[in-house]
Design a binder for this molecule. Structure first.
Ligand SMILES: Cc1cc2nc3c(=O)[nH]c(=O)nc-3n(C[C@H](O)[C@H](O)[C@H](O)COP(=O)(O)OP(=O)(O)OC[C@H]3O[C@@H](n4cnc5c(N)ncnc54)[C@H](O)[C@@H]3O)c2cc1C
Length: 392
């Protein structure tokens, strides 16, 4: 019988490999890195040894050349133990490496992807700004041509992997900017590296509610000189690149929600058997059954939706916007609700760190904001359905 969640043997063995690594090496460090708000760079490099940092990158450039379903499996399994660490992985592997692999040219790929695939260089993507998030086309960062260079001016906000520690800038970024005087919808994209003149770390952003093991930063571009060879595609073409990559970003953020939900269902299910109240296990009480039953069914509904979309998504093409918005809209709130129920089932123990569900609940909230807010998904879905009268 076809397995929706592991369509091929290769997917099944990828899942086994990532789950084994996640449980043995990622889970033990998760609580401490969350508490200290610290990015685990040595562990991150091990993802390179496993072929995960370039999971969707062409094998010619050091990647594993796998598909969207493989990316979903990797994010789901890592997120079940450490969503913060997984968010740093997503920013690197999806927002930087996948984006460059599908939108860059061979010279750009050959220059940057091999180091990204081993983890020697840590990457990210700069779209959001202090004054423009949901209204991404309202960005103010500008680019102008000056001889063989472009000159970038502006600031980018909330950039995952923007810093690797309190003071150190990340290595390499895809940066969206508008050519001076260009139309609102015409963005351009540039590869910007640490060390390019005028590029600096504004600040590492501390005191996040969740996802604390992923570093977040403000980055500054002050007369930043970028060689013209580092422009991706033609001037003004990057809005399409952005839309194409956002589909995979949203799908893998939804996969992260699945990992959170799975772990929370496992924890509340196990606890409900062990904990006795009024001489009976918690699972014998109807109100607890509702928490467990609804959580499991919602998790499985979200999981089926995510894998159905992943199996149909062609990384070479845009065109899955409706359902990439749909999976993230549904799964992010589903995961937050499941984590909330897990805390409730565990009572006081759920409120403490020992069972992980309070951390997963804090991490789940980010998924309703990052990569598109719930409201943005609602608007996009409604816009895309405006011309549809009959659903297939
Ligand atoms: C931990 C973290 C990591 C992130 N990583 C990255 C990254 O690596 N790269 C990157 O580029 N960005 C990143 N982001 C930014 C993220 O994508 C934005 O925060 C998000 O898109 C929302 O933008 P905003 O914060 O400016 O909120 P705003 O856009 O100001 O929205 C505020 C509120 O208003 C609502 N709203 C806005 N406009 C409308 C409207 N027209 N109709 C109805 N409601 C509306 C929003 O839904 C939201 O509820 C990250 C954010 C966080 C918190």
């Amino acid at each position: 019988m076809a397995d929706l969640f592991n369509p091929t043997d290769e997917h099944a063995s990828l899942r086994r490999m990532v789950r084994d690594f996640a449980e043995k090496e990622v889970a033990p460090q998760a609580a401490a890195h969350d508490r200290d708000e610290r990015f685990n760079q040595p562990l991150f490099r091990k993802l390179g040894d496993l072929g995960l940092l370039g999971v969707t990158v062409d094998e010619r450039f050091g990647g594993s050349g796998m598909d969207a379903t493989a990316a979903v499996i990797a994010h789901e399994e890592l997120s079940a133990v450490d969503p913060g660490f997984t968010l740093a992985y997503l920013a690197h592997a999806m927002l930087f490496a996948n984006n460059l692999n599908f939108n860059g040219d061979d010279a750009q790929r050959a220059r940057y992807l091999p180091k990204a695939c081993t983890g020697e260089a840590i990457g990210g993507m700069c779209m959001s700004e202090p004054g423009a998030g949901t209204d991404v086309l309202g960005m103010r960062t500008t680019a102008r041509r000056d001889g063989d260079d472009y000159v970038l001016d502006g600031a980018k906000m909330w950039i995952t992997n923007g810093a690797v520690d309190q003071k150190t800038l990340g290595d390499v970024f895809l940066v969206y900017a508008r050519m001076q005087g260009a139309a609102r919808s015409a963005l351009s994209m540039f590869i910007v590296e640490k060390g390019m003149p005028g590029f600096s770390l504004g600040q590492k952003l501390n005191d996040k509610l969740g996802m604390r093991a992923s570093p977040t930063a403000e980055l500054v571009f002050e007369g930043c000189r970028v060689p013209a060879a580092n422009r991706i595609g033609a001037e003004g073409d990057a809005t399409l690149h952005m839309m194409r990559n956002l589909e995979l970003e949203r799908l893998t953020l939804a996969a992260m929600s699945l990992g959170i939900a799975r772990r929370c269902v496992e924890v509340m299910n196990g606890y409900a058997s062990e904990r006795q109240s009024f001489g009976k296990p918690l699972r014998s009480f109807g109100q607890i059954q509702r928490h467990i039953g609804e959580s499991y069914a919602e998790y499985m509904a979200g999981r089926s939706y995510v894998y159905q979309v992943a199996n149909a998504l062609d990384l070479n093409k845009a065109g899955n916007r409706l359902d990439s918005d749909g999976v993230k809209l549904y799964c992010s709130t589903m995961a937050k609700n499941v984590a909330d129920r897990a805390i409730q089932v565990l009572g006081g123990y759920g409120y403490m760190g020992e069972y992980d569900v309070e951390r997963l609940w804090r991490d789940a909230k980010l998924l309703e904001i990052g990569g598109g807010t719930l409201e943005a998904h609602q608007k996009n879905i409604t816009r895309d359905l405006a011309t549809v009268s009959v659903l297939r």
